[in-house]
Design a binder for this molecule. Sequence first.
Ligand code: IMP
Length: 207
Amino acid sequence: MKIDKILIATTNKGKLREFKKLFNEFGIEILSLEDMDKKINVEEDRKTFLENAIKKAKEYGDFYKIPVIAEDAGLEVEALNGYPGVYSARFYSIDFGGKFSIEENIDKTNVKKLLKLLEGKENRKGRFVSVVVFYVPENFGIWTEGYCYGSIAKQPKGDKGFGYDPIFIPENYTKTLGEFDLEEKNKISHRGQAVKKLIEKLKKLIN
Ligand code: IMP
């Protein structure tokens, strides 16, 4: 089977940039939802990363009829019973820990809420999770997952990443993911791990 185009089912520019870099060497055209003329809205309303990723992959794949990669990702913090978890993108607005109104932008508001909820807590351990689903309409679907373990910094640092990157210090490092270059982040990130596993599985399936 020849795959020459993949739709990455996201509008998140940070994520898209990372996926593009990860697939760079394969000469596959990478599209995002912003490249599609007709728009559909798929709500991420499930309780697990996997269910959300499968839902996005199926709905976008069946609608646009091209191979799709859909990812659901988020940050799980031990002292917060795994929150923000599947609510990472809209953490500021959910009931857990009070609702915050958007000040500068959503990412910064999410970070502000997380730091507030961790004030005075000794355990600042957390992990990023990425679940990636690759779906070829009317053919097959596979999924993989990746993790990046670390801890939550006391204050944001670095502006190279997106989301919670400025407050996440990966294990064995002293800087935040916000201070990592793209290539360096992809080597250790949850997304990088999940995509690496996906590529290994695909090589076995396609060859
Ligand atoms: P999704 O689009 O539902 O997968 O939302 C993922 C949310 O989790 C993003 O909006 C970020 O807030 C957070 N997130 C996921 N991956 C990363 C990452 O690599 N760095 C920082 N934040 C991330």
